[in-house]
Each structure stands twice: as C-alpha cells, then as structure tokens.
Design a protein. Structure first.
Length: 444
C-alpha cells in the first residue's frame, strides 16, 4: 500500500509556482537553442551557431567530425554548430586520408570543398617496347604528349609520343652540330624543334594533335629569343632574327617590326612592346608609332607577360610584377623566383625558387603560397581548384594552398622531368624508381 499523501493547498501552490518558474526558464532556452544560440562555457558568452558544409570527391568517402562518423552522405550540410574548432577527417579505402582542424564561427559557414582525395598508388613503367635510348623527355603542358630525343652515330631523332595510347611518330631525324632545342608552348600542345647544321638554324613548328601540318624555317643568323603566341588556333612563334621581329606559324611568316633591343614582347601581330632606356617599355603599332609608354621601377632582362593591369618581367634572379593603372605604375612587387609557369586551369602565373612559391593573378595581385626548407624543382597544377604538385629530385608532393595541406605521393625516386594530365589525374615522369629507368605514370 502506498502511504497516504495529502496535498495541502500551500503545497499545491508551491508545485504550481515551481512548474511556472521552470516553464519561464526553459522556454526561452529552448527558443534560443532552436534559433541557433549556444552558451560558451569557456568565455561565458552566448553566441549564435555557425554552419559546416562539406563536399569532396569521391562522393562515397566517409567523414568523421571529432572522431564521430557522420551518417549523412556527401555533400554534408550541418547547421547549428556551436562555434569552435572541429577536427575533420575524410577517409576512403584506396585513398590517402584528409585531415584538418576547421574553425566554425558564429553566424558564418565553414566550407570544406573543392577537394579530391589522392589515390594510394605506385608508379607504373610505360613505353617498355620503345627500343631507342631516351636521352631527354619533354612533356607538353597538358601531359597529353611528350617529345623524346635519342642519338646514334651523331644522328639525332625526336619522336612524338601520344601519352593516351603511347603511339609514336618520328618528327625529326637530323645529323646536326648540337642536340636539338625543344620547346612546348605554355598555352597549347604546340611545339618547335630547333637544330643547327652548317651554321644554319632550322625551326620546325607543329601541332601535336595534327603533326603532319608542320613547317620548317631556316635562318642564316642565330636566333636568341623566342615567344609563343597565346590564343591562337595554329602554332605561332615570334622570333627575333638580326634586327627583325618575325611571326612564324605552320602556314606562313610575317615581319612585324624592327628593333635593336633584345627585350621585347608581342602583344598582338599589330602591337609590340619594346624595352627602351631609363627602364621604359613602349608599345609600337604596325606603323611603328608609339601608342603607350610605361616607366618601370626595376630594370628588365625579359618580358614574360603584359596586360592592362600588370606586367611580369625578369630582372636577374627576380620576377618583377608591376601593377598598372591608367598606363602608370601603381605598385611593384619583387619575388626572389627564377622559374615561372602559366597555370592554364586558373589563368594565373606560378613563380618559384627552390624555397618560395608565389602566384600572380590577372589583376597584378600576388600571394606567397608556400615557403619550404625542401627544395622545389618542379611546380605544376593538379586540378582546376589550385591544388599543386611540388616535386624535388626524388619526391612528389600534392599541396593544397587553400587549406595548407600536403600529401606525399611518391618518394625514393629520381625525377628528371615531370608533367600532369589533370583530366585523367595522372602524373607522368621521366627518371628512375625501384631500380628501373624510363618513363612512368602515377595515378593520383
């Protein structure tokens, strides 16, 4: 039997008062909680929550937040997250783990996006049936093609290799005084070979996608400087021969302008930038008239690129970025870099030394992406989101500047040349690994 309980009137009033008090305390707390407010026990403050948004590839990857597996499928949208630091870990068998501490701020969305996990893979030797000795390998900027040079009895051969099916075609066979010079356009799969025979310099231009449509030009005088044209449907190369700047393509040639300076840049076939005294650059039209003039703050040894917002030039061991506004110099940035590469995926230039990596934007702004104690020999894009390949003589690393995360892709190799096919997510390199020397591919 239960003991008799007698609720007197005062007791009932006390209970009712407690219930009313609990209601008025908990109701606002519930409303505040559902509205996205949280109490920070560390600071003693009430803060609004933030949002965490995660979207990576492959879509079947598993996401852990503070070591707790999320049941949601990618992309993941998590509202009402208390402000603070969260440990994010993304895993998938056969791929390298991705880990990052992410800060969620009040009334803001933290994004983990534009990420593709790197595969766990080993390099595979290619071109095993290629019998010629590979002396040098030159990759196209898309890694769709490579040019391989070989030599036998003072005869040089240059073979074009299609890296999709590894078919080969001989582009050049010549008995020459020196090893052929080879250059790929940074903008297209266009290339040229230059040979010297009996003091005659020969330049052969071709499109790797249509190598039979090629043309050879012969010069009696040495060609020291050359520039690939941008935004052209056929291979077009600008060269300076004696005092004449000439446009060469696989159909015809055209004389553009005369100049005594060795520092020049063809903006279009109707306008050419020339270096003048007192650090000046002048733009000359097809009639030889000066249409623009810019007085730089630094000396110029070479012009890399110019647009209406900035000029990229080289001075000794430095890359100079001159910001331009209304044809006047607004600012000058000097980076201690000796290498420069055009990133077709982002439309930006990458400039680096063995220890520093910079990006140069279209508007002339720059950013220091990485400073390292491990020497960088090669820098190449890995995807359209700005993820980069950093390669030393014996190591390949994937580097994401946005999250400042690195993944080791290959170690204990000897790398002479390297390129990336971002469409098929394959790295091609010429060198040595596992005791074998040759041409290798590495999926990432």
């Amino acid at each position: 039997m239960y003991p008799k309980t007698r609720l007197t009137r005062p007791i009932r009033r006390i209970i009712m008062s407690c219930l009313i008090l609990i209601y008025f305390i908990t109701a606002p707390l519930i409303i505040f909680y559902t509205a996205g407010y949280r109490y920070d026990f560390q600071t003693g403050e009430i803060k609004q929550t933030g949002v965490l948004n995660i979207d990576v590839k492959p879509k079947n990857a598993q996401v852990y937040i503070n070591n707790t597996l999320m049941k949601e499928n990618l992309p993941i949208y998590l509202p009402n997250r208390a402000p603070g630091s969260y440990k994010i870990k993304i895993t998938l068998p056969g791929y390298k783990d991705w880990e990052k501490d992410t800060l969620i701020q009040s009334k803001k969305t933290a994004y983990i996006k534009n990420i593709a996990l790197f595969k766990e893979s080993l390099p595979m030797e290619t071109m095993k049936e290629y019998t010629k000795p590979m002396t040098d390998v030159y990759f196209s900027p898309t890694a769709a093609f490579s040019l391989i040079t070989s030599k036998k009895d003072a005869v040089f051969e240059v073979d074009l290799i299609n890296l999709n099916d590894f078919s080969s075609q001989t582009m050049l066979r010549v008995k020459a005084d020196f090893k052929p010079e080879i250059s790929w356009s940074p903008f297209n799969d266009f290339a040229f070979t230059k040979t010297v025979t009996d003091k005659i310099e020969s330049i052969t231009l071709f499109d790797a996608n249509n190598p039979t449509a090629n043309k050879t030009y012969n010069f009696n005088k040495k060609i020291d400087t050359a520039q690939w044209a941008n935004n052209t449907s056929i291979p077009t190369l600008y060269v300076k021969n004696d005092d004449q700047i000439i446009s060469l393509n696989t159909e015809t040639s055209k004389e553009l302008t005369k100049t005594s300076t060795d520092v020049w840049y063809v903006e279009s076939e109707n306008t050419v930038w020339l270096k003048t005294e007192n650090k000046g650059l002048v733009l000359i039209d097809s009639d030889g008239k000066e249409t623009k003039k810019i007085i730089l703050r630094e000396k110029t040894d070479k012009i890399i690129d110019i647009n209406s917002s900035r000029a990229i030039t080289v001075n000794g061991q430095n890359t100079i970025i001159t910001q331009i506004e209304n044809d006047s110099v607004r600012d000058t940035i000097t980076t201690p870099t000796q290498n420069i590469f055009f990133n077709q995926k982002t439309g930006e230039w990458l400039a680096w030394s063995p220890w520093e990596l910079w990006t140069i934007y279209e508007d002339g702004k720059t950013a220091l992406l990485n400073r390292t104690g491990e020497k960088m020999n090669f820098v190449l894009p890995l995807d359209e989101y700005g993820v980069l390949l950093l390669a030393s003589k014996n190591k390949i690393t994937g580097f994401n500047p946005g999250y400042y995360i690195t993944h080791e892709l290959l170690n204990n190799a000897k790398i002479d040349q390297i390129s990336v096919d971002t469409e098929r997510r394959k790295i091609f390199f010429f060198g040595e690994t596992a005791g074998k020397r040759g041409l290798f591919e590495l999926e990432y």
